[in-house]
Design a protein around this ligand. Structure first.
Ligand SMILES: Nc1ncnc2c1ncn2[C@@H]1O[C@H](COP(=O)(O)OP(=O)(O)OP(=O)(O)O)[C@@H](O)[C@H]1O
Ligand SMILES: [Mg+2]
Length: 495
């Protein structure tokens, strides 16, 4: 687009200049008339460019809300209709369209403004040419009528060409804004390299075969001007273990996952993240990210078939895909692997989407699986399916679970409690609960009564983070969790 506009602007500008010079050569008196012509047109040009640029920006800015409400409405059509919000969405759409059309109308109006003024200017110049020829004749200078006719013929075309060149040059300036934006994107700090051939070559295809993860003095932040979200974090996730990361909102749990995938980078060179002996900063992103499976809180499916969603690179046999679907109890929901999935999985429930993501993870058979609040928005039945499937299918793998619902992680091998980006407590859930609950029970027996909700959670100077989180779920539930942790511990001891 831009080279064509640039070419148009200059080609027509030169044509206009040629006509003006021709007219002035035929009748030199007209050199005087070119002064107001140039001054007038440059004033009009400046006014137009300034206005049209802003108006165009208004139009461009108001365009994306129109597209976003269309896609939002399409995705949430069922909810919109179910809650009787059709009118509200229609009004919101109309309002956004109106705002966009206002900008567009102002742009067209400014072009009309330019057109009228340039027409008046060229008309005035044409009149000057005509009367100058008559004047010269009257004064006794001879001018060929053919040449006067020629200059008038050219001038008649001048109006449109002049207008077009000014509009094209304004358009060219507008398009330069895109160049500016591209330049600003170019100056962004790029992601780390997708491949590092010299290092990637040394990584075995089976890496990480054990799934041991170690964060060493790891600090990270989302942007240079923001505070640290992980602060000198040192933790170890043993290979093939089931680990839960818990903590208050904003403690940095999801940030740990982001660091695992290098979505945010370590803040200083001392920070190390080692997976099965490989320092992940040294290898390419493709290698790293393809070897870890994740099930996020909001599952994501693409429009296409269920097969394409589970096996986008066509690496697996149909039988394996069916087996994965069966493992997550989704086999009955599909008649064929070519069954369509609509935009962002709109034709599946959120639980089914979550299960489809789990099937994808089963199919990939990665040694490390991360679940970030994967069951926060699903019903208890789906939650149970997910938990059972993970325990069945990922028994030999490392599983990292981030969860608010402590029931889902009470039987893990190790709980890591984070607070403000620090590891504040770790251990088997039963180990972390037993001392607090024993003291609690003793106090009650002696008639002291725990009284407060976090009773037994703080012993002496040492705060018991996990125990206090368990206590906060309520006395009855805390007891259940304690029992579940105890059973898990006994089970572990028996093994
Ligand atoms: N994209 C981001 N940009 C800037 N800061 C962020 C971003 N995401 C998270 N943070 C900040 O990082 C800190 C840790 O956030 P994180 O999402 O890791 O918490 P979390 O423990 O997962 O919380 P939750 O339980 O609510 O999911 C918070 O203080 C948050 O404000
Ligand atoms: Mg989170």
């Amino acid at each position: 687009m831009m080279p064509a506009t640039f070419f148009d602007t200059w080609a027509i500008m030169l044509k206009v200049l040629g006509v003006v010079i021709l007219v002035c050569v035929i009748n030199p008196v007209l050199f005087i008339a070119t002064v107001p012509l140039i001054l007038g047109s440059s004033w009009i040009y400046r006014m137009y460019v300034r206005t049209s640029r802003e108006v165009k920006r208004l139009e461009a800015v108001s365009r994306s809300p129109v597209f976003s409400i269309i896609s939002e409405t399409l995705v949430g059509m069922v909810a919109v209709r179910a809650y009787g919000q059709t009118r509200r969405f229609r009004l919101a759409f109309n309002e956004r369209i109106d705002r966009n059309v206002e900008g567009f109308f102002a742009f067209i109006a400014s072009a009309r403004w330019l057109g009228i003024r340039l027409d008046v200017l060229t008309l005035a110049f044409t009149t000057c040419v005509l009367y100058a020829a008559i004047l010269m004749q009257w004064l006794g200078f001879s001018i060929s009528s053919g040449l006067v006719g020629l200059s008038l013929a050219y001038l008649v075309q001048l109006g449109d060409a002049f207008q077009w060149s000014v509009r094209q040059s304004a358009e060219f300036e507008n398009q330069l804004v895109s160049v500016e934006r591209i330049l600003s994107y170019i100056s962004l700090t790029p992601e780390p390299p997708l491949t590092v051939p010299s290092r990637d070559r040394l990584i075995k295809d089976t890496w990480p075969s054990e799934g041991g993860i170690r964060f060493e003095h790891f600090s990270a932040r989302y942007a240079p001007e923001l505070p640290l979200v992980l602060n000198d974090l040192t933790l170890e996730i043993p290979s093939r273990s089931k680990v839960a990361i818990v903590g208050r909102t904003g403690a940095g749990k999801s940030s740990v996952v982001q660091c695992l995938f290098r979505l945010i980078e370590a803040d200083d060179p001392q920070s190390r993240l080692v997976i099965d002996g490989v320092h992940v900063r040294e290898i390419g992103l493709h290698k790293l990210r393809s070897r870890i499976s994740v099930i996020p809180q909001t599952p994501w499916l693409f429009s296409g078939s269920i097969r394409e969603n589970l096996d986008p690179f066509h690496e697996h046999k149909d039988r394996d895909i069916w087996e994965a679907l069966e493992a997550v109890r989704l086999k009955e929901s599909f008649g064929s692997l070519d069954d369509p999935i609509s935009e962002s999985g709109g034709n599946l429930s959120s639980g089914q989407k979550q299960l489809a993501c789990l099937a994808r993870a089963i199919l990939r058979k990665n040694q490390i699986l991360v679940l970030d609040e994967a069951t926060a928005h699903v019903d208890l039945h789906t939650d149970a399916i997910i938990q059972t499937t993970i325990r069945e299918k990922f028994s030999g793998q490392t599983v990292i679970m981030i969860a608010h619902r402590l029931e889902t992680v009470i039987d893990v091998d190790r709980v890591l409690v984070l607070d403000h980006g620090h590891l504040v407590e770790q251990g088997h859930p039963f180990e972390l609960l037993s001392s607090a609950f024993t003291v609690d029970a003793k106090k009650k027996k002696n008639g002291c009564g725990a009284g407060n909700r976090g009773g037994g959670a703080i012993i002496g100077a040492k705060r018991q983070w996990f125990a206090s989180m368990v206590q906060e779920t309520g006395e009855e539930n805390a007891k259940k969790l304690y029992q579940a942790a105890k059973e898990a511990w006994n089970e572990k001891e028996r093994r």
